[in-house]
Write a new protein. Structure first.
Length: 127
């Protein structure tokens, strides 16, 4: 989760509209709490996708598979490929270290690659 917090902070600093897709509402709520309490993040305006404030909030955390409001940056924390990813200018996939997560990420990678999308990988694992 620290990588996600840093990424959101950086994208917010670039005035990006961000849609964060999680697998469950509980994960969305957890990320919501972390963004409010992470001291390095400072104030980052965000809400969950079921909030009435969504239309005026630049960062949305979605654990309900809602239709996205923003179309700049999609951060996918869900194991499945987002059906609406082509609407976004950029897509970021965060891949964990466990075998299942890595396998699902490989499948998404192949899907994107086979359709001609420009892919850049960054290994953030501790050395």
């Amino acid at each position: 989760m620290p990588v996600v917090l840093k990424l959101v902070k950086k994208a917010w600093g670039q005035s990006m509209q961000i849609w964060i897709r999680t697998e469950t509402p509980a994960l969305a709520q957890d990320l919501d709490r972390r963004l409010w309490s992470h001291p390095e993040a400072g104030f980052i305006p965000h809400c969950c996708s079921d909030s009435p404030l969504c239309p005026e909030t630049p960062i949305i955390i979605d654990g309900l598979d809602q239709e996205p409001f923003s179309h700049q940056l999609l951060i996918n924390l869900h194991p499945l490929r987002p059906p609406f990813f082509t609407r976004f200018e950029r897509l970021v996939e965060i891949v964990g270290l466990d075998d299942l997560d890595r396998q699902q990420a490989r499948e998404r990678y192949v899907y994107y690659r086979d359709r001609g999308f420009d892919i850049h990988s960054h290994n953030l694992a501790p050395k």
